[in-house]
Design a protein around this ligand. Structure first.
Ligand code: UDP
Length: 447
C-alpha cells in the first residue's frame, strides 16, 4: 500500500547509497513531506536505508548488480562504482517508475524525480517518461563550477572572475582533477554534466551567504536554475538515517560537561587513518586537557575496529575526560551546548552541520571535495583552523587550544557564532533558503 501525502502529488527521490548522500536526500524527503508531498525513495540494494526510521516514506529497492560488476567500495575506485551503478540501475529504475505511473492512484500525480547528482541515469528515465528531473547536489555548490563552466574557459574564469574565491585554489584543483583521468572518470563527468543540462533544476544543500560568489558564476553558466535550500536538516527536523547504530550514551556524558568545553572528533563515514594517526590523535587529545568525544568507527583504520589501537596508558591518563563511540548522533552532538569545537575531515554534511550550530572547526581533509571545503572553512569564512596532513601530537594539542581556549582563536569563535545566527535567518520565513524552497515548489513542482 503506497503512503500518500496531503496534496495528491508524489515525489520520487533516487538515493546514492553512501552515508554522506543518504542523509541529505532523506532530509530533503522530510522537507517535501512536510509540504504535503508523498515520498517514494528508490535506492540500490547496497547500503539500504532502514525504512522503519521513516515510516511516512515508501521505500523501493532496485537491483544494483554491484557484486557481479566487481567494483571495490574504496574512495580510490569511486568513479568505477558510480559508472557501474548508473549502468546497472537504469533499466530496473525505468521498470519501477513505469509501474508507479501505471498504478492507478485516482487522485495522485508524480510531480518530479529528484536524484542525487551521481545517479544521473534517473534524468534519462525521467525524460523518457515526460517527468521533470531535478538534480540534488550534496556538495558545496562551488564543486558545480567544474561542471557548468565549459572546460576551455575554466582556467581563465577561475583566475579573473571570482577573486573572492582565490583562496579555494580552484585552478590547482582543476589541475589535479585533469591529470591522468581514467576512462570511468571521463565517462562519469560527461554523463553527469549532460544530465544536469537536461534537468529542470538543481537543488544545492547550501546557503546564499556561504557561497554567494560561486553561485553567481554558476547561475551565469548553468542552463538549469539553481535552488539553494540548505542546510536541509535545519528546514525540517529529520529522523536518523545512520547506517551504523548511533551510540546516544554520549549525550548523557555531554550533559555533564561545561559549556563549550568539549572537542568533538569525527572523520565521517569514508575517510581512513593509519595506526600511527590514532596514536598521535590519542596523545594530542590527552595533552590538550580538554574533554573530548571521539568517533572511532569500525574500519576508520583499514581492517580494524580501531579502539584496540589506542596506546597503552591512554585510557588511564584521560579517564572520564574522554568518551569514545563507534558512531555518534552527530547533529545532536554538534547542537549540544557542551561542544565548543569540531575536529573534522570536512565532509560537506559535517561542515554544514557545524556551521549551523556555530561550532568552529579543526580541519583534516582526507580526499576529494574535503580539500575545497577546508579552504572555505579556514580561508574564506575563517571559522576554522587547518591541521597539517602529517598528524603530530604537539601540533594537535596546540591547535585544539587555539581553537577552543586561547585568545588567538577569539575571531574564529566569534565568526562561527555569527554563522549560526545567519543560518537561522536563512531557514526562517523570508530567509534565502526558505524563499528558494518556496520558489522551487512554485516554479518546478507545480508545472
Ligand atoms: N555522522 C553521524 N555520526 C558520526 C559521524 C558522522 O551521524 O559519528 C553523519 C554526519 O552527521 C553527516 C554524515 O554522517 O551527516 C557524514 O557526511 P559527511 O559529508 O560529513 O562525510 P562523509 O561521510 O560523506 O565523508
Amino acid at each position: 500500500m503506497e503512503k500518500q501525502g496531503e496534496n495528491s502529488s508524489r515525489l520520487v527521490l533516487v538515493l546514492y547509497p553512501f552515508q554522506g548522500h543518504i542523509n541529505p536526500m532523506l532530509q530533503l524527503g522530510t522537507i517535501f513531506h512536510a509540504k504535503g508531498y508523498s515520498i517514494t525513495i528508490i535506492h540500490p540494494e547496497f547500503n539500504s536505508p532502514d525504512p522503519s526510521n521513516h515510516p511516512l516514506f515508501t521505500f523501493i529497492s532496485i537491483p544494483d548488480k554491484l557484486l557481479e560488476s566487481n567494483v571495490s567500495l574504496s574512495p580510490a575506485d569511486f568513479m568505477n562504482l558510480v559508472s557501474a551503478l548508473n549502468r546497472n540501475c537504469e533499466a530496473p529504475f525505468q521498470k519501477c517508475l513505469t509501474q508507479i505511473l501505471d498504478h492507478k492512484h485516482s487522485h495522485e500525480r508524480i510531480s518530479g524525480v529528484i536524484y542525487d547528482g551521481l545517479m544521473y541515469f534517473a534524468q534519462t528515465v525521467a525524460d523518457s517518461l515526460g517527468l521533470p528531473g531535478v538534480c540534488m547536489r550534496p556538495t558545496a555548490a562551488a564543486m558545480l563550477l567544474f561542471s557548468v563552466i565549459p572546460q576551455t574557459e575554466q582556467e581563465s574564469v577561475f583566475e579573473t572572475q571570482i577573486p573572492e574565491l582565490h583562496p579555494l585554489e580552484l585552478k590547482q584543483m582543476l589541475k589535479s582533477m585533469s591529470t591522468n583521468p581514467t576512462e570511468a572518470m571521463t565517462e562519469v563527468r560527461a554523463a553527469a554534466l549532460n544530465a544536469t543540462k537536461r534537468s529542470s533544476g538543481m537543488i544545492a544543500n547550501t546557503m546564499e551567504f556561504l557561497e554567494h560568489a560561486a553561485l553567481s558564476v554558476i547561475r551565469e553558466y548553468s542552463p538549469a536554475p539553481v535552488f539553494t535550500i540548505g542546510p536541509f536538516h535545519k528546514l525540517a527536523p529529520s529522523s536518523s538515517s545512520s547506517l551504523l547504530q548511533e551510540d546516544s550514551h554520549c549525550i548523557s556524558w555531554l550533559d555533564k560537561q561545561a559549556p563549550k568545553s568539549v572537542i568533538y572528533v569525527s572523520f565521517g563515514s569514508m575517510a581512513s587513518l593509519s595506526k600511527q594517526d590514532i596514536v598521535e590523535i590519542a596523545w594530542g587529545l590527552a595533552s590538550s586537557e580538554q574533554p573530548f568525544l571521539w568517533v572511532i568507527r569500525p574500519g576508520l583504520v583499514h581492517g580494524s575496529e580501531g579502539t584496540e589501537l589506542l596506546p597503552d596508558g591512554f585510557q588511564e591518563t584521560v579517564g572520564e575526560r574522554g568518551f569514545i563511540v563507534k558512531w555518534a548522533p552527530q547533529q545532536e552532538v554538534l547542537a549540544h551546548e557542551a561542544v565548543g569545537g569540531f575536529w573534522t575531515h570536512c565532509g560537506w554534511n559535517s561542515t554544514l552541520e557545524s556551521v549551523s550550530e556555530g561550532v568552529p572547526m579543526l580541519c583534516s581533509p582526507c580526499f576529494g571535495d574535503q580539500f575545497l571545503n577546508m579552504k572555505y572553512i579556514c580561508y574564506v569564512w575563517k571559522i576554522g583552523l587547518r591541521l597539517e596532513t602529517e598528524l603530530e601530537r604537539g601540533k594537535i594539542q596546540g591547535a585544539i587550544k587555539t581553537l577552543m581556549v586561547n585568545i588567538q582563536g577569539d575571531e574564529i569563535r566569534n565568526k562561527a557564532t555569527e554563522f549560526k545566527r545567519k543560518t537561522q535567518v536563512c531557514v526562517t520565513e523570508g530567509g534565502s533558503s526558505w524563499s528558494s524552497l518556496d520558489e522551487f515548489t512554485k516554479q518546478i513542482l507545480s508545472v
